[in-house]
Design a binder for this molecule. Structure first.
Ligand code: FES
Length: 103
């Protein structure tokens, strides 16, 4: 991703929620943690589990397939079996719009 792209509105996502957004072929997991927005890859690095269908605990998402956990802010692995971190993206707000861009 080379430029910031609008993916959602602030009002689409309440604190403690996450959602799948798509930019081209990239599946991105957008989350609202206490009013701050974060974006990481949505496909688990273990076997492509859909993290948007997993569980959110505090600042962590758990994969619905085999239970890997990732930090929603950084994409780092908290618990395996996944070993590779997820990409993380920059998030910018413009009015009520949420934009995602390259780091
Ligand atoms: S696909 Fe996510 S833990 Fe296996």
């Amino acid at each position: 991703m080379e430029a910031f792209v609008k993916v959602a509105k602030v009002s689409d996502l309440s604190p403690g929620q996450m959602m799948l957004v798509q930019v081209g072929d990239e599946r991105i997991l957008l989350s609202n943690l206490e009013g701050q927005f974060y974006a990481i890859g949505e496909e688990c690095t273990h076997a492509y589990g859909p993290l948007s269908e997993g569980e959110l605990y505090r600042d962590t998402v758990e994969c619905p397939f085999h239970g890997s956990q990732f930090n929603l802010k950084s994409g780092e692995v908290i618990r395996g079996p996944a070993e590779e971190p997820l990409l993380s993206y920059s998030v910018r707000l413009e009015g009520d719009d949420i934009l995602i861009g390259p780091l």
